[in-house]
Design a protein around this ligand. Sequence first.
Ligand code: TRP
Length: 361
Amino acid sequence: MEKIILTGDRPTGRLHVGHYVGSLRRRVELQNSGEYSKIFIMIADAQALTDNAENPEKVRQNIIEVALDYLSAGLDPQKSTILIQSQIPELCELSFYYMNLVTVSRLQRNPTVKSEIQMRNFEASIPVGFFTYPISQAADITAFKATTVPVGEDQMPMLEQTREIVHKFNSVYGDTLVEPNILLPDNKACMRLPGTDGMAKMSKSLGNCIYLSDPEDEVKKKVMSMYTDPEHLQVSDPGHLEGNTVFTYLDAFSKDDMFAEYCPDYSCLDEMKEHYQRGGLGDVKVKKFLNNVLQETLAPIRASRAEWEKDIPGVYEILKKGSEEAEKVAAETLSDVKNAMKINYFEDKALITEQSERFSK
Ligand code: TRP
């Protein structure tokens, strides 16, 4: 079977290094692996509006930011189709039919929805659109017949919900939709990169993100003030790795050959960790190494962004072309869905014959 990727992000802010190790870096690898016949990357503006209805300008401004982050991180419009969700009306139609296959209580049990409702203090006043976004996400995934959805761990419940909708649809209306598989990051540190303050999640409101587009000195400042081990007061004290943000970032970003270049006292991360735990290795030295590691990773992305920023109309053109291409694919799926549901009255010759016979009896 053809292997097809679909994944995406809500355009509510610039992408940060958590997005990068959690998903973006992998997408670029998958794109360049040549194993996938099609790759769709969606800027999910309609989903972003489900909890930003009163803030459309934020979404509008961030579409181009996310597109620039994608392109500068290495997504190549020749190989990947980058699209804007709201420009594919077929997705709404699919969602509308899928809504009949999902119960309210099932949505209420979706762990991602549950925690997002809490985070946003929506308890008493959940917008219907927000509540049903897992269904619209199932439409996103199935519209492109995606077999593979590379996302972070937090999206697991969305994939489960999608698979349930696919099963239900196929069992009621006949085999039509493709069942997608989730592709999680392969390294634990990449699953959920903490904020620079050690908090579980990077978020703009907490001010604990390192953005892909941060300038060099900004990255350095953020690294040098990162949360480490509060019990590691003197260099000679034994240090702890558990919950030590600097080491979590090194797990996610460092490669052995970076030691030779920036910290030749060690040949690999395990050696550095061992010294830290034994005592005698100071946080500043580790942070300086992490800064070099991050700068090496981010410098090419930053340089590429500067080039793309010179041609903003060209970037919008890429999004327009991508959305047009994507709409063709979604329209085919919608047509399959309507055929399966037998709501294709005017193309269904058998129906017209059958009804003619019924009324001529
Ligand atoms: N829910 C995803 C997020 O919050 C964005 C998204 C929308 C998505 N549609 C998708 C991800 C389809 C994967 C597949 O980041």
